[in-house]
Design a protein around this ligand. Structure first.
Ligand SMILES: Nc1ncnc2c1ncn2[C@@H]1O[C@H](COP(=O)(O)OP(=O)(O)OP(=O)(O)O)[C@@H](O)[C@H]1O
Ligand SMILES: [Mg+2]
Length: 281
């Protein structure tokens, strides 16, 4: 039910200093797979993520939305510790995956990254063959025991993204010879070839046409059976189509996280409403 006239919508911002942030909606779940508590990120003392607390369940797709610069990419990069590679970035707070703090000193970051695939806005195939792009992660992480196993991973990953039929005669051609949509599906095949548990997607369709976008959206829905997917998108239609829950970020704060239909038809926060109705961003 569309009820934009509700009167209990809040204007209050989550408190930066509170032990738990006060995002509205349903930021926590009963049996969390990933728990984020008091997460903050600063770049050279400039806050980019402010005291975010939430949970993700297994096998859910969560859309991360909000105006440009609100911290979506920064937030996503916390999960595979990519912010570690940015000198000025400082991450505080806790991210636990399966109850294990991924920022604990004994965590092997390479092993962590093998559990988490990432797909970027612009397709970024390596300047290598189609085959070698998909085989890259399994080789790096020693996932295949021999060539037969490696072939099997490469073929099945390409099959899952619906690319095998299109490329099987040209596996040894350079990946840069593929179309943009094919390159993005190749990048998703590369991400899933390591059998990750989590896939991070940062605006994966923004460089694609509607047909290629529809294929990727269908793929996201299929992949959900095996993976937990966090997807940043500027398209509200896309968020509504692919996700079960949607998180709205504003100036580094998690303002609202709730079931996608409810966030889009009956947001609980004034800022979410302003964004989804086009008054901001
Ligand atoms: N490497 C960096 N060094 C310094 N500041 C950064 C860096 N990356 C991001 N920031 C700053 O952190 C804030 C959040 O940026 P971020 O890229 O996470 O936003 P975003 O929500 O992904 O935006 P967009 O929708 O435009 O991609 C911005 O103010 C940005 O300028
Ligand atoms: Mg971004």
């Amino acid at each position: 039910m569309d009820d934009r006239s509700r009167t209990d919508r809040t204007d209050e911002l989550p408190n930066d200093d509170a032990h738990m942030s006060s995002a509205v909606g349903t930021p926590f779940v009963d049996d969390p797979y990933i728990s984020v508590r008091g997460l903050s990120v600063e770049y050279a003392q400039m806050p980019a993520i402010r005291n975010v607390s939430l949970d993700f369940a297994r096998h859910e797709v969560v859309a991360l939305i909000g105006p440009s610069g609100c911290g979506k990419s920064t937030f996503l990069r916390c999960f595979n510790r990519m912010n570690d590679t940015i000198d000025s970035a400082r991450v505080t707070g806790v991210i636990a995956i399966d109850d294990k703090d991924i920022y604990a000193p004994d965590v092997d970051v390479v092993a962590l990254r093998a559990r988490i695939g990432m797909v970027f806005q612009k397709p970024n195939p390596f300047p290598k063959s189609i085959y070698d792009n998909v085989a890259y992660g399994p080789r790096l992480h020693g996932i295949a025991q021999n060539r037969i196993e490696l072939d099997d991973i490469v073929y099945s990953s390409l099959e899952r993204v619906g690319l095998l039929a299109e490329v099987k005669e040209r596996l040894h051609e350079n990946a840069t010879s593929l179309s943009g949509g094919q390159q993005q599906r190749l990048c998703i095949a590369r991400a899933i070839a390591i059998s990750p548990e989590i896939i991070l997607m940062d605006e994966p369709c923004s460089a694609l046409d509607p047909i290629a976008t529809a294929r990727i959206e269908d793929l996201i829905d299929e992949l959900r059976a095996n993976f937990t997917i966090l997807i940043v998108t500027h398209s509200m239609q896309q968020a509504a189509r692919v996700s079960q829950r949607t998180a709205y970020f504003h100036e580094g704060r998690l303002v609202e996280l709730g079931l996608t239909p409810s966030v889009f038809t009956n947001p609980a926060h004034r800022l979410t409403e302003d964004y989804i109705t086009g008054r901001v961003g």
